[in-house]
Design a binder for this molecule. Structure first.
Ligand code: URP
Ligand code: ZN
Ligand code: ZN
Ligand code: ZN
Length: 463
């Protein structure tokens, strides 16, 4: 006996069709109109879209950072994700300097064990190649860690030098994995930051004002150039500015396998609106790269429309305002970097992308699910509605109205970056491997039901 989702409008990256979806044993068995309901549990999806579950390829749950730990763990973070229609995340394990990547992988598996409510993959943050780091990378690929994040920012913490980046890129050109780059020129930014502090500029807004967009663009250009020399693909994470986008577009126009993601905060929030420079409340918007001037936003939307940008993820990294953001009351460099967003990505991109006419429904599905599945080696198990795919499905009500607020959200964070934002379109029911895990904003699944996803190291070959 299967689950039959009837009379919905199935939306994939490629097509929109009126069809029923039959699910058996957690897998999609049939997609066509007129499937007989006999012997199946039928769910009526009239008036609803049937979407592949959202994939958030950039989250930081239970992550030690900036002298504290991100406020959502794998339980609260993945539950909030599910409520928002996201059925898969890819989080980041962090290699501690001087240690094996395997020990970081074990640590993050332990964090997720018994807690993850949806399926999850892991990227590995490489901080040190040491003497065996390149073999470690191959070892990780065998464990399904098909991507590595490297940092060109945060000197003395996570930043690595160009030689390390280049060696890692050469290794991925052999083992098929993908390098994800935090692209900002950390050394230049550090000088500007120290000068600002010396001038007594300690307020949150100086976090944004000390990180010029050219420092992002330069690093994007350098990262792609090194990848090109190494013969490896490059994925730029959390791209925030038009200057940086221009570098990705120029490379893609030349046929270089460069990919990039942006995040809702860069599409919808700005220095002008969120950081007028008047109060410490603005620490809520301290993340890296920082908020940019509003003029960047139309270019980022255009980039999503025209495939200069491939993915929207959240970079969800929540720190509570009261007891965590406050660490930087007298010094913006001590404000833990990051913000909450895992729950609201689909609502925000549907409303401000689809409802406002900037994106088609199919492109919405592509950038929030299909492209991350392909790029990060999970397709077609995840990221589409097709026979044989996992039945990760969202019944999306395009007319549901919702106001985003910390008072009602499910993330463990005492503020919302999108407080008061009204959206039309929301997840009504969410299925993960055929199991109904969310209905009308309530999580119904068992805590810890999520599985670790072994990913394929060939995603970067996709264009
Ligand atoms: O501010 C941010 N983005 N915090 C998370 C760490 C990172 O660089 O992605
Ligand atoms: Zn980053
Ligand atoms: Zn364009
Ligand atoms: Zn991040």
């Amino acid at each position: 006996m299967g689950l039959l989702i009837r009379n919905g409008t199935v939306i994939t990256a490629d097509e929109t069709l009126s069809a029923d979806v039959l699910v058996e044993d957690g897998t999609i068995r049939e997609v066509r109109s007129g499937i007989a309901s006999q012997g199946h549990t039928a769910v009526d999806a009239s008036g609803l879209y049937v979407l592949p579950g959202g994939i958030d390829a950039h989250t930081h749950l239970d992550m030690p950072f900036g002298g504290t730990t991100s406020a959502d763990d794998f339980e609260t973070g993945t539950r909030a994700a599910a409520i928002g229609g996201t059925t898969t995340i890819v989080d980041f394990a962090i290699q501690a300097k001087g240690t094996k990547m395997r020990s970081a992988l074990d640590t993050w598996w332990n964090k997720a064990e018994g807690k993850a409510c949806i399926d999850y993959g892991l990227h590995m943050i490489v901080t040190d190649l040491g003497t065996s780091g390149l073999e470690d990378m191959d070892d990780m690929v065998r464990e399904g860690v098909a991507s590595f994040k490297l940092f060109m920012a945060y000197p003395n913490v996570l930043m690595v030098d160009d030689a390390t980046i280049f060696k890692a890129l050469q290794q991925t050109s052999k083992n098929g994995a993908l390098i994800c780059m935090h692209a900002e020129n950390g050394s230049v930014i550090d000088v500007i930051v120290q000068q600002a502090l010396a001038e007594g500029k300690t307020a949150p807004v100086y976090h944004a004002l000390t990180r010029p967009t050219i420092a992002e663009a330069e690093a994007v250009q350098r990262a792609i150039a090194m990848a090109e020399i190494a013969g490896a693909p490059m994925y730029i994470v959390h791209l925030s500015s038009e200057d940086a986008l221009n570098q990705v577009r120029e490379a893609r126009d030349r046929g270089v396998p460069a990919f990039a993601e942006t995040c809702p905060q860069y599409l919808l929030l700005s220095i002008e609106d969120q950081m007028p420079g008047v109060s410490f409340e603005e620490a809520k918007y301290v993340f890296t790269p920082p908020l940019r001037e509003k003029k960047n936003q139309p270019m980022l939307w255009d980039g999503l429309k025209h495939d200069h940008l491939q993915v929207v993820s959240t970079d969800h990294c929540p720190f509570c305002f009261e007891d965590q953001k406050s660490l930087g009351k007298d010094d913006f460099t001590k404000i833990p970097n990051g913000g909450p967003g895992i729950e609201n990505r689909l609502q925000l991109i549907h409303h401000h992308g689809v409802n406002s006419g900037r994106l088609t429904l199919n492109r919405f599905v592509e950038i929030t699910s299909t492209a991350p599945a392909r790029i990060f080696g999970m397709y077609p198990k995840k990221g589409t509605i097709a026979v044989g795919s996992d039945a990760d499905l969202v019944l999306w009500d395009p007319s549901a109205e919702h106001t985003i607020s910390a008072a009602t959200h499910n993330m463990r964070c005492d503020y919302s970056m999108f407080e008061g934002f009204r959206v039309r379109g929301n997840a009504k029911q969410v299925y993960s491997r055929g199991e109904l895990i969310v209905e009308n904003g309530k999580y119904l699944g068992k805590i810890g039901r999520g599985n670790y996803l072994k990913r394929d190291a060939r995603g970067g070959a996709w264009r």
